[in-house]
Ligand binder design. Structure first.
Ligand SMILES: [Zn+2]
Length: 224
């Protein structure tokens, strides 16, 4: 039976090196975690959350799925959000997408991948709603990049619309929801300018950052 010995060897080296750099690290970490941030990102193996923002174990609470989507009936994502805010007291939720996202590209090109096509349907809806804005861009690459940004902005606003975040704001929990995008080919993050501290600022930031489009007939229905 293959027990993946290389991964265990890597793990032993990592644990030893970490403990050598910071004696007592694991003992302290096992007693409690005190992360200041929740990261909602893509499962893509090229977007490792902690490494990108230079945070150690214990400093970043993480939820990842294909194309960093937030659904109001996804109890996995909602449970992470609720635990992060209500139990850990996190004050910053970062929704981070990435350019070159395979999920976003597959949805845009309507390329069938199987079951995951159902998961990605909201991205097709975003592409349809913002078809005019996307069509004005000169290249397929730029259109795909913009769709990655639009998807992050939609998901960030969805986070703001959860009962969890709205109740946190109602009790004056200082919570900010951010929308970022990561570029694979230079390793850099970009802030999309969405920085919501209440529902009014979420709506205002959303309207400003997604921009105008003439094809918005189903806009209201799909943004809840
Ligand atoms: Zn992705």
């Amino acid at each position: 039976m293959n027990k993946l010995p290389q991964l265990f060897a890597n793990n032993r080296r990592w644990a030893a090196a970490t403990e050598q750099r910071n004696p007592g690290f694991f003992g302290e970490l096992s007693a409690q975690q005190n992360p200041r941030y929740l990261w909602i990102g893509c499962s893509d193996s090229r977007v490792p959350a902690n490494e990108i923002v230079g945070l150690a174990p214990g400093e970043l609470f993480v939820h990842r799925n294909v194309a960093n989507l937030v659904f109001h009936n996804d109890f996995s994502c909602l449970s992470v959000l609720q635990y992060a805010i209500d139990v850990l007291g996190i004050e910053h939720v970062i929704v981070c997408g990435h350019y070159g996202c395979g999920g976003v590209t597959a949805a845009y090109e309507q390329r069938p991948l199987g079951l995951v096509d159902n998961w990605l349907l909201p991205i097709r809806d975003i592409a349809r709603t913002y078809a005019t804005q996307l069509a004005e861009l000169p290249t397929d690459l730029e259109r795909a990049d913009r769709l990655c940004e639009l998807n992050v902005l939609f998901q960030a606003r969805r986070v703001c619309r959860t009962t969890i975040v709205q109740q946190a704001w109602e009790r004056d929990h200082p919570l900010t929801v951010h929308a970022w995008v990561y570029r694979l080919n230079d390793g850099l993050l970009r802030d999309l300018g969405f920085c919501a501290r209440d529902l009014a600022s979420a709506d205002a930031d959303f309207e400003r950052t997604v921009g105008a489009d003439t094809n918005r007939s189903n806009h209201q229905a799909m943004t809840q």
